[in-house]
Design a protein around this ligand. Structure first.
Ligand SMILES: Nc1ncnc2c1ncn2[C@@H]1O[C@H](COP(=O)(O)OP(=O)(O)OP(=O)(O)O)[C@@H](O)[C@H]1O
Ligand SMILES: [Mg+2]
Length: 497
């Protein structure tokens, strides 16, 4: 497919809201320099770096660029890069770390780096670390989902031998030592890129921070974090910080030209930098201008911005109606969205998975994930859709989602995600009878593995459900559990970890 094809269909709907592909990446020269200056240190000591900033400022895009520059750029350093992102809660324990190990296994099996992995030792270390992650998380993961009496679904949990956290940490540090050492033999480094560390659950955050503190030579760890409440804990661990702020006039000019074919004069760029410097808003503005066939003149831009408003609102106004309807329906899902569920939810006769995938390809508001599922191109879009749902819509869409998960359960590969989705959809559909027991059961298990946020959310669901059902015994059990979790969270020994 040539450029013309790209160009032609791009203007059907505009530039995608997903993180920017490296070949279209604009500006940020100082920030790039700062990160690259740390590479030398990574070779000698191991080095962490944290990229921070508000939503939509371009953190994930910078990570994309870094991956390209380190690994894929012709004439570049040819580093080995593995990348993962953390999704909104509730989610599986250590899911991002599993993705990182998966990437490492891919490198070991194909491409340039397979020569590097000839030693069985390295492959063995990856397998071992992965095995420990799986065992650690096993108590919250169903081994089978059986239809009980009627259509009720229960999770069946493994009684696996329990793995202590310390073993998980040691296995990862050992693996990284070996990897760094191997890479050094080739005069290269390995880079670990982790997106959205602010969403990490407690076990994930702990492992991230433990790794960051003890990075061996040859390893660069770059992670992003929204600078929202709670991020101080991560920031204060001493990794050098690369904060992102709004784009400057010349960066906005570059972006207009490179991504939208819109030439902007200095005054217009300055106006935009003043009003909306974050790239997410800029993409929404430029898409709207292109869509309405307007010149990027200061007057047109003033008119556009005078609408006030949320950039996500502007983004949705510029796409076709049927996409908005899908976006609404999918907004209740927890990412990653499985394709079979996406085909089921709109309730359109004959809508099959192939046509969902085809539709997604032309869409600016969804993106395909490495595992094959989908997510909103940007979380601001999903948040916006969710906020706009009325209470009734929320209930009926969640009921529909629960029905789809139930029906398709046997086909969904990521069981913990399916089970968590199901229990949250039951709850949000006000199907308290189905939500109650499963919420408590999962809450207890997440508590037990130290994921307090997920545990609190799930026990909260159990409490509300029990109240609605008038089930005193369940209510007492759920309240007891919630109080235990709160106590542990308040315990300074726990917090210090
Ligand atoms: N340097 C850049 N050049 C061109 N486009 C960019 C750049 N940075 C970001 N964008 C665009 O801006 C939008 C938001 O960027 P991105 O998703 O990277 O933000 P983010 O900081 O990761 O947001 P969040 O905190 O929600 O994860 C995307 O549509 C992306 O394509
Ligand atoms: Mg991001």
């Amino acid at each position: 497919m040539g450029e013309i094809m790209d160009g032609m269909w791009r203007w059907v709907e505009g530039v995608p809201y997903a993180p920017c592909p490296p070949e279209e990446f604009c500006g940020r020269h100082e920030e790039r320099e700062r990160i690259l200056a740390l590479l030398n240190r990574a070779e000698k000591h191991g080095q962490a770096v944290m990229i921070s900033g508000p939503p939509g400022i371009g953190k994930s895009s910078l990570l994309n660029w870094l991956k390209y520059d380190l690994q894929d750029r012709p004439g570049g350093p040819g580093s080995l890069v593995i990348r993962a992102e953390i999704f909104e809660p509730p989610r599986m324990i250590f899911s991002a770390f599993r993705k990182l190990l998966y990437d490492l296994q891919l490198h070991a099996a194909s491409g340039w780096f397979q020569d590097l992995f000839v030693s069985e030792g390295m492959k063995e270390a990856v397998r071992y670390a992965n095995d420990l992650l799986e065992k650690y998380a096993a108590p919250v993961e169903p081994v089978g989902l059986l239809p009980k009496t009627g259509e009720e679904i229960i999770g069946v949990f493994a009684r696996s031998p329990e793995v202590e956290y310390d073993r998980v940490r040691e296995a990862h540090l050992e693996l990284l030592r070996e990897l760094g050492w191997l890479m050094a033999g080739f005069g290269r480094i390995a880079a670990i890129l982790l997106d959205d560390a602010h969403l990490a659950s407690r076990p994930d955050r702990r492992l991230l921070l433990d790794i960051a503190r003890d990075l061996p030579p040859g390893i660069l760890l770059a992670f992003t974090c929204r600078d929202e409440s709670g991020y101080e804990e991560i920031r204060d661990r001493g990794a050098p910080l690369v904060p992102l702020s709004g784009m400057r006039g010349h960066e906005i000019q570059e972006m207009g030209l490179k991504r939208f074919d819109l030439p902007l004069d200095e005054a217009t760029a300055a106006l935009l930098a003043e009003a909306r410097g974050d790239p997410f808003s800029l993409v929404a503005c430029f898409n709207t201008l292109r869509n309405r066939g307007l010149d990027p003149s200061p007057d047109n831009i003033r008119d556009l911005l005078a609408g006030g408003g949320d950039p996500a609102e502007m983004a949705f106004a510029a796409i076709p109606e049927f996409r908005r309807a899908w976006a609404e329906a999918f907004s209740v899902l927890i990412p990653p969205f499985p394709v079979p569920v996406m085909a089921c939810i709109p309730g359109i006769q004959g809508l099959d998975e192939a046509s969902v995938i085809e539709q997604m390809q032309g869409s600016t508001i969804f993106r395909r994930l490495p595992g094959g599922g989908y997510a909103f191109a940007h979380s601001l879009l999903q948040e916006h859709c969710r906020q706009k749902l009325s209470a009734d819509e929320k209930v009926s869409l969640n009921a529909r989602a629960a029905e789809c998960f139930e029906r398709l359960m046997h086909r969904l590969l990521i069981r913990p995600h399916a089970l968590l989705s199901l229990v949250c959809h039951y709850f949000n559909a006000q199907d308290y009878a189905r939500a109650a027991d499963l919420s408590l059961e999962l809450g207890i298990r997440y508590h037990h593995r130290g994921d307090y946020d997920a545990a609190l959310m799930l026990t909260g669901q159990a409490i509300t459900s029990a109240e609605h059902l008038g089930n005193g015994a369940l209510l007492a059990a759920a309240v007891r559990e919630r109080d235990l979790i709160r106590q542990e969270m308040a315990d300074p020994d726990e917090t210090a970890r």
